[in-house]
Design a protein around this ligand. Sequence first.
Ligand code: SDX
Length: 379
Amino acid sequence: MNPIELHPGLADVPVAESAISFIDGHKARLEYRGIAVETLARESCYEETAYLLLKGELPTQRELADFDDQLRHRRRIKYKLIDIIKCLPETGHPMYALQAAVAAMGMFYPARDVTNAQSNWDSAVRLIAKLPTVVAAFHRLRHGDDAITPRDDLDQAGNFYYMLFEREPSPAIRKVIDACLVLHAEHTMNASTFSGRVTGSTLANPYTVISSAIGTLTGPLHGGANEEVLDMLDEVAAAPSVQAWVDDAVAKKKKFMGFGHRVYKVKDPRATVLQELAEHVFAETGRPKRYDLAVELEAALAGILGPKGIYPNVDYYSGIVYNALGIPRDLFTPIFAVSRVAGWLAHWLEQLQHNRIYRPEQIYVGKREQPYVTLEKRP
Ligand code: SDX
């Protein structure tokens, strides 16, 4: 038996074999089922990418049409679920509303028998179809507006934008949203995916699995970073200069949000694609000052962080794109969840194929064989 070694954050520790996605962190390569993410963002769509992740192959034309139809007809949420969302505090973070609603879904759609492939598939379709509706409903209801009923004639990206703003996006804006959904859909064994796998390994129902993953994604070191990047750029904008802010941040050993990654030791390929997408958005919305500031900050940090292998990750530019689309900051991470649910579900289904409950070890550093001192003998 090998001596037990501690691996903080499970760095470099493989916890499963998976065929869903692949990252080469030194060559900025990310593939979903072997296909480069840049190609999928440009040529594919979220519906097709979700099918690819779940099934392992690109769909035939008929398979895609059928899957798309299933999604469109499963988008509506129960009135009772809307009532639950209405009871949540308007000031609460939308990620908490999403997590609560998804956990509740498991009560409306009982799916405890995870050995039933059809039931698992139906749950997966429901979750991919309904998460955008939940996010948009909470956003509308918290402002005192009615939730907007999903439209069957719009695709996932267009319908999400429509449910948020009660108007259809332009073709260019729709494409950008769709590409953002593709870019965020899957990313090997990230924290929220691992969290979902751990929950799924106990044979918990899929709604609980996704609720676990959503909870994990909220953290600022993970999916919550995209919102924090805009807050950081606000600070930079208020400083005398970018360099002055950098000097102060380095002196205070600040963590730069949107930078660094456990796997990428070069710039995250998704950040590069997001910059391209940003240009498309800005052609319609105008070029926000925050974007040029972000580019300037990236250049100013390159000399300091680059030698450490710390570069922009997916969260660095995504919030700037969403901000330019008029999407409020606290919806940035819910959009991440609305996309990543496909990857989480793909890992859940894969986990069930060769399931073994996750139960790692620990290195005990506490006291042993202590006496019990009764209360009266204690000070
Ligand atoms: C996502 O895992 C995934 O795939 C996640 C994700 C996905 O698609 O699912 O890619 C999405 O979560 C992207 C990451 C978003 N988070 C942030 O942008 C928050 C800022 N980033 C850091 O907190 C950090 O880079 C992490 C959390 C992303 C990675 O953490 P690691 O791998 O555990 O690295 P670490 O914290 O151990 O840092 C190693 C060194 C440290 O220096 P030393 O103490 O050894 O001297 O690098 C430094 C860190 O201080 N460092 C940073 C830094 N990131 C690492 N220093 C300043 N700013 C940073 N952003």
